[in-house]
Every structure is written in C-alpha cells, then in structure tokens.
Write a protein that binds this ligand. Sequence first.
Ligand code: NI
Ligand code: MG
Length: 475
Amino acid sequence: MTKEIVINPITRIEGHAKVTIFLKEDEAVKEARFQVTDFRGFEKFCEGRPFYEMPSITARSCGICSVSHLIASAKACDVIVGVTPPATAVMLRRLMHMGQIIQSHALNFFHLAFPDLLLGMDADPAERNIFGLIEKHPDVAMQGIKLRKFGQELIEKVAGRRIHSSDWIIPGGGKWPFTKQNADYLLSKLPEALDITLKTIKLFKNCLQELEDEVQNFGNFPTYYLGLVTAKGGLEHYDGKIRIVDAEGKIVADQLDPAVYYEYIGEAVEPWSYMKFPYYKPLGYPDGAYRVGPLARLNVASHCGTPLADEELKEFKQLGKNGVVQSTFHYHYARLIEILFCLEGVKEILEEPDILSERVSSKAFVNNDQGVGVAEAPRGTLIHHYAVDPQGMIVWTNMIIATEHNNLAYNKAVTQVAKKYVKAKQLKEGMLNRVEAVIRAFDPCLSCATHAVGQMPLEVQLIDAEGKLVDRIFR
Ligand code: NI
Ligand code: MG
C-alpha cells in the first residue's frame, strides 16, 4: 500500500529542498512537509572577521540575493560606526536595491514560474521550462531576459558589477559617486522596461481565467503578514518600520522598530528541517505564523506612492477581503506590481539633481558594539544583526533570511495543494508539479535560507499511514 510520496528535488526554485507527502490508511493525503535538509554555517564562520568585511562576506551566501545582503549588512555596519550615510549614498543604495528587486522578480516570473502559467501545469515536463517557453513564446522569453538585464544593469551602473557588486558599498555609504553618463544610459533604457512590465501584467491577468482552480487552492489560507512600511504606511524596500496585519486586514502591530526584531519575532526549530521557523512572539508558535515577501508587502502597505503601481495595487487589493489577498498564487501578481513600483522609483531617483553629488560616504570607526540592518529583499524582510568587540571584530551574528519567515506557510501551502490535487492511487506528474508550483509561487531562496554548505537535495516523498516510504521523485 502507498505510504509516502517524495518530490526531490523541487525544480525551478533557487536552491534545493524536498517535499514529503504523508498518506492516510485510505491513501488520501494526510499532511505534506517542505523540508530543507542542508546545514547553515554563515552565522558561525563570520565570527572573528572585521565588521567592514561583512557586506562582502554575507553577499557571497547567494548569487541571486547578493545585493539584498549587501544592503542589510551595510545598514547594520552603519549602526556599528554610528553614522548616517549622505542622502546621495542612500539614493544610490536604493537604486541598486531596486535593480535587485527587478532582476530577481523577473527571474522568478519569466524563467521559473511562467512555464507553468503559459504552457500549463500538466504540460510535458521536458517542455515545461524556460527552453519550452523560448520555443513556444519567444517574444515573452525575450522580454523576460531584457527586463532582468535592466535590473542587472542598474546594479552594475551604481556598483560596478552585476553580481557580488560588493566593491562599492561600504559602512557609511558607498565608495564612488554616480555619473551623468550612467544616469542617462539608464533613463534611455527605462521606457522599454516599463513597457515590458505593463504588457506582462496584462498577459498574466489573461492567464488567470485558465488558472482559477489553482488561484483558489494554492496556499490560500489566513496567516499574518509582515513587512516594512514608510511612516505613512506606504510600500518600502530599503528603510521604514515593521507593520503586521491579520487575515482580515486589521493592523496588529505598526511602526515596530526593526532594530529590536528579537522582541517580537521568535525562531522555532523542528527536528526535520535545518531551516528555522520564525513566528510573531505575542501569538506564540505556531499560531503566530506570518508571510513575508511581495504578497505580504502589498497586504501590509496602504499604498505604493507611484501612480502606475498605485493604480494596479487598487485592483490587486480587490482580490481579497479588506485589501488582504490570501492566495499564495498572487505572489506572482504582487511581484509584477513591485517591478512596476521599482521602475517608477528608479525614474524618480535618476531625475534627482543630487544623485550626482560627490558626497557618498560618512567615515567613522566602531562607535557601537551592536548593529541591526533590515531591508525588504525581493523575497521579504531580511535581518542582519552583528555584535563586535572594541576592535571591530565580529563576536556574534544572527541573520533571519526572507525565505525563513515563510517556513510555516510553506508547510500549510504544500499540505493544501497535496490534499487538493495528489491522488496516490492514480499518481500523475502534473499533480506533483502543482505541489512544486506552489513553492515556486513563494520563490524561496534556499541558498540564502540555509547559508548552504555543500549541496541541498530536493525531493518529494509519499509516506503511508505506518510511516513507510512508498514513492519518491528526485530532480
Ligand atoms: Ni538568495
Ligand atoms: Mg538566524
């Protein structure tokens, strides 16, 4: 009798993980678990390094999220040296971070998720990938490549390199000023990126009619939502304070200081995963489960603050009760709205006269023995917390990675999708692909979340009522 199904690894996500589906006596799905089986080491091996090396060390934990780590890390270092970076440096950091969000969201949407949306959840897996997309919809694939390239160029023009651009960012600001030539170049490329984004939003909405069933059943459940907002409650990626809303849209906590995240965020541990389970402390574990990332940010924010994104946000908020959208499927929609918001924000910053100011760093050495830096990475709230000795050597670190915050929600989501679609008696590939697709909607980054040492496998397992493994799929 069938006991358990294993999907390993889950494909088209950043990093490696597996899903185990546990079955009841009658082979109906009992529960599913998203398991990350790797060991994280970064927090430990940073100890003993000088604090000013932290941005470039932690950026190496991931090739996709490197800029987000640079930002959170540099902000923690700003606190250690006790300075406020010059306004121009903040604008330039924001600019490269917007580039990061654009490139990362474009990667998830076009390369990882769009094959499911455009080619179908049940399409042949040999074609249901970026190569199949290039063959069937070459124009769409090309637009995805162009949009991602624009995000990468933004990073490159500010910081010198597209990936691991840690040469520029330093505690207190950045190393060199921006040039008019780079500003003009980026402004010339902006209209095309905007055009692609608006077209893609239309295309995505057209796909939705076909995917109504998935929208209803893909991790569609109540949780809390957590993210940074501006002082007025607007969408914020670089700075701001933390807001938490419940499934009904009620603000549970607002303008929480991210520097004391440990007062309200707890980190639980489960024996079956190396990824921790953050939760909102006042509600306890696991009741304090919340989601972060694009969906959560749009759920907590009352507005974006740029015209096109605000118009789209209004439509987005109509999908849920009191403006809170529960379906994990709509992380995709939220990602597109955030790209739009970033493109509009990029234009605003590039047109600021002060962007070319020569003053891009404030210099100082160790003035505080601790520093917390928080930013909204593409995947959600990213926290870096360092303690240093008087010489500025790291004595302790804690990082909470965006992907970790969603850990409780992943498990709820895979359970919901498995219960709805997986029929152990007539198992089909498309059923398991839906389990993978709900994970793709979250866009986890497991390299970041585990600070991988070595390889992380991903598999889906089907386990029976007596705990015996009955089927497994490795990727
Ligand atoms: Ni990452
Ligand atoms: Mg940690």
